[in-house]
Design a protein around this ligand. Structure first.
Ligand code: SF4
Length: 297
């Protein structure tokens, strides 16, 4: 561990300069008991569906120094992904380039600029990212479990720096940061009082699930992901278009019509989604979604 304290003001200023819309610092302590219990209960209920990685490294998820030995500070970062124009059949977050690459590159730049030691994570390690975003005060937790950043709403990607130095100051959760869940089950059966049941979630089924889509799954506007609870979040009114070119859709994607989707070839798919997170579903998975979407539409 380096003995010099991290300069939180400098880290935040550089983060804003690099295009992040929020940055907060939290002490790298074990996850608070109430959150840990809720997470364990969520796993017990089988709500993580086939995302077996959620069941692995549970202790690491709850205790950051098991993931990065010597970690003292967790810096949470958010980037606005709200595109200026949208292809309505694809979830808002996946209209542009893969956020993992964009965020990671920007976070590495931040570490270099500020001379930070540690590791950076974007969705790829056992980290309870929404807990840390809440704890570091960058946003509030919405009823559907998303993070909403003041002034930007819930259309944000999250990333974390696990640093081995102490900071000169830490942030606190925002007031009123914990929501109640009442009323959300009528919007979607996946939203339960005990957390999101991925088995019933369109987003999970159309992105993560391999094989046939369950008959009970009903697709609405999108066939890749689902934005219904995101759009229903009260803070969605705060969402505003990002200036980040990487998160804007291409003209080719914007111009796709239901008939184009129906006839999408594997070659077109590769060109259309080069460098995009949509590739996670693979061509077969996307066509499975498209066929169901056309049938239900
Ligand atoms: S993403 Fe869609 S299906 Fe999943 S919980 Fe939200 S509204 Fe329900």
């Amino acid at each position: 561990m380096s003995s010099a304290l991290l300069n939180s003001t400098d880290i935040k200023a550089q983060a804003l300069r690099l295009g992040f819309v929020a940055c907060g610092l939290a002490k790298a302590e074990p996850v608070a008991e109430s959150f840990a219990e809720r997470y364990l209960h969520w796993l017990e209920r089988g709500f993580c569906a086939e995302m077996d990685y959620m069941r692995r490294n549970v202790e690491m998820r709850l205790q950051p120094d098991l993931l990065v030995p010597g970690v003292r500070t967790i810096v949470c970062l958010a980037m606005n992904f709200m595109p200026e124009r949208q292809q309505p059949a694809i979830s808002l977050y996946a209209q542009g380039k893969d956020y993992h690459d964009v965020m990671k590159q920007r976070m590495q730049e931040l570490m270099q600029t500020c001379g930070l030691e540690g590791r950076c994570f974007v969705d790829t390690a056992p980290v309870l990212e929404r807990y840390w975003a809440w704890k570091s005060g960058i946003g509030t937790i919405t009823p559907s479990g998303l993070i909403a950043v003041p002034g930007y709403g819930p259309t944000v990607f999250l990333g974390e720096l696990f640093l081995t130095s102490e900071a000169d100051s830490y942030d606190a959760p925002l007031p009123g940061a914990m929501p109640t869940k009442s009323g959300w089950q009528s919007l979607c059966p996946a939203l339960t009082a005990e957390g999101l049941d991925a088995r019933k979630c369109v987003s999970y089924q159309t992105i993560e699930h391999r094989g046939e889509l369950p008959e009970s799954i009903r697709l609405h506007q999108t066939f890749y992901g689902c934005d219904r609870c995101l759009r229903a979040t009260p803070q969605f009114v705060e969402a505003r278009p990002t200036q980040e070119p990487a998160f804007q859709p291409s003209d080719a994607l914007l111009e796709m019509t239901p008939n184009d989707w129906r006839n999408l070839t594997e070659e077109q798919y590769r060109t259309l989604f080069k460098g995009s997170a949509v590739k996670r579903a693979k061509y077969e998975g996307l066509m499975r979604n498209i066929n169901r979407w056309l049938k239900q539409g």
